[in-house]
Every structure is written in structure tokens, then in C-alpha cells.
Ligand binder design. Structure first.
Ligand SMILES: C[S@@+](CC[C@H](N)C(=O)[O-])C[C@H]1O[C@@H](n2cnc3c(N)ncnc32)[C@H](O)[C@@H]1O
Length: 264
């Protein structure tokens, strides 16, 4: 998924975050994120194992505060489930030594995310202090060496911006107003791939500064196997259909064609 640039036909793509639908209504993210919930549930056992085998609890004596960040948290409820799962697994490890630290959970998303809904729906039985951290996870968000666990689930597939070349009518990577790359020229796929590489570099450099030595970074990212071409991927084909629906909608309304066709 891309973050849509504003006013782009002529080139200069300034990044503008498109948040998930806020609130708790019929069309809200909170009520339309069962696929992401499935991913949180399915990854639980792997995260439990990683915490049991790789997390060094010596990084945080039980008298200190254990700090966890969820990067790209949206509005819940999945983030609450993910954080609870992680805390239970860490607690299990500490309990062997008869103690348990206090937990501080940082919920991060773009500033335009509906943090109000997130905070009013925090589980009353939660066992952590909660804080919101607005900003892009492609930048530094926390002080050096301040996090013990950084987690991100189904969020890192978002690009920081639409690659400029795919919007440039004079570029071999021009994508003809489409929102994704199945069935596109290889130059288009390469432009998206290069943007993703840049974004992942930025993400990993930031976390390398923020996470303490011996801490854990847990990344759950939707992927397709190397040998699968974009047009063979069922999910990516869905984006092609979605893109063509959006273009049809644009043709019947006065919306700026590029803003509408690049919003996913
Ligand atoms: C599909 S939602 C996943 C939310 C949640 N992790 C879950 O499992 O339900 C992706 C979230 O990532 C956020 N996101 C995308 N790019 C981001 C960035 N650069 N920095 C912070 N959050 C970002 C979006 O705003 C969105 O809320």
C-alpha cells in the first residue's frame, strides 16, 4: 500500500498519510480488520517462541520499566491483543525468577490516526501504562536505546510515498494512473521495489538506534515468495480490481483523478 502524495501530475510528490477509518462505526477499521486480527492470532506462537528463546531479560531488571512499541497500531482492537500477547510471554519469562517489571506500551501511528478511539477503547484490565507516539516509523520516534521490544504487524507493507517515476508520464516506469503493479511493466515493479528497499533501510536504521542491545524487533509483514510474480498473487490481483473500480468511480465524479487512484 502507498501513502498518497498530494497533487502529483506534475511530479513533486509530497507525502501525506492516509489514516485508517477511525471511530467504531460500520466502516471503521476497528470493525473491518479481521484479516489483520487473524495475522495477530497466527503469529502468537512464533512470538512466544522468539521471546522464550531470544529475549534477554537481563536487559531490564524487574525493578525497571519494560518498554514495548507497536509501530503502525491503527485504532485497535488488534494492537491491544498483540500487546497483551507479548506482555504475557515476557511475564512468563520473568516469573521464573519470581518477579515482574512494570510495562510501558507506546502506540505509534501517523499523527492523523484516530488516537482518540484508540485511547477510549484501551482494555480496562490492561497491565501497562499507555502512551501515543505520533509520527512515521520510517523516522526516529524514540530516544536511543530506550525500547526493549519493537513490534509491527501488517503495517510495514505501506510505502512512505508513491515512487515518483510511476507518476511521471515521461518515465519508462509510468504506471498509467493505476494504484498497484500486477501486470505492470518490470520498470514499475522495480520502482516500487526500490522505494520499499529505501523505506526498510530507514525503518531498520531507526530501530537499530532505539532498541536496546539484547532487545527484540518483531516484524509481521505480508509477502509473496520470490518465485511468485505480482500478477500470480491473489492479494495483489485484488488491488488491480480495486484500482479499476476506483478509476470507474473517478470517471463518474469530479474528484482529482490522481488523488483518488493512488489512495491505496
Ligand atoms: C493495516 S493497519 C494495521 C494496524 C494494526 N497493526 C493491526 O494489526 O490491526 C496499518 C497501519 O500502519 C499505519 N502506518 C502506515 N505507514 C506508517 C508509518 N510510516 N508510520 C506509522 N504508521 C504507519 C497506518 O496508518 C495503519 O494504521
Amino acid at each position: 500500500m502507498d501513502v498518497a502524495p498530494s497533487k502529483t501530475l506534475s511530479g513533486s510528490a509530497t507525502t501525506e498519510a492516509i489514516p485508517m477509518n477511525g471511530g467504531d462505526g460500520r466502516n471503521s477499521y476497528a470493525n473491518n480488520s479481521s484479516l489483520q486480527r487473524f495475522v495477530v492470532d497466527r503469529s502468537k506462537s512464533m512470538i512466544d517462541e522468539a521471546i522464550a528463546n531470544y529475549l534477554d531479560i537481563g536487559i531490564c531488571p524487574s525493578s525497571d520499566t519494560f518498554r514495548i512499541a507497536d509501530l503502525g497500531c491503527s485504532v485497535g482492537p488488534n494492537t491491544f491483543i498483540a500487546m497483551q500477547n507479548i506482555i504475557e510471554a515476557i511475564d512468563l519469562k520473568y516469573r521464573k525468577y519470581g518477579s515482574s517489571p512494570e510495562y510501558h506500551v507506546y502506540f505509534n501511528d501517523h499523527a492523523s490516526n484516530d488516537f482518540n478511539t484508540l485511547f477510549v477503547s484501551l482494555p480496562p484490565e490492561k497491565r501497562y501504562f499507555a502512551a501515543g507516539v505520533p509520527g512515521s516509523f520510517h523516522t526516529r520516534l524514540f530516544p536511543k536505546g530506550s525500547l526493549h521490544v519493537a513490534h509491527s504487524s501488517t503495517s510495514l507493507q505501506w510505502l512512505s510515498q508513491v515512487p515518483k517515476e510511476v507518476l511521471d508520464i515521461n518515465s519508462p516506469a509510468y504506471n498509467r494512473g493505476r494504484i498497484h503493479y500486477p501486470n505492470a511493466k518490470h520498470q514499475v515493479v522495480e520502482a516500487y521495489s526500490a522505494q520499499y528497499t529505501k523505506d526498510m533501510d530507514a525503518f531498520l536504521y531507526a530501530r537499530a538506534e532505539e532498541v536496546v542491545c539484547g532487545g527484540l524487533v518483531v516484524l509481521i509483514v505480508p509477502v509473496v515468495p520470490d518465485e511468485t510474480s505480482p500478477s500470480q498473487s491473489r492479494v495483489e490481483s485484488l488491488y488491480d480490481i480495486l484500482g479499476s473500480c476506483l478509476l470507474d468511480m473517478v470517471k463518474t465524479s469530479p474528484i482529482d483523478i490522481l488523488n483518488a487512484s493512488e489512495c491505496c
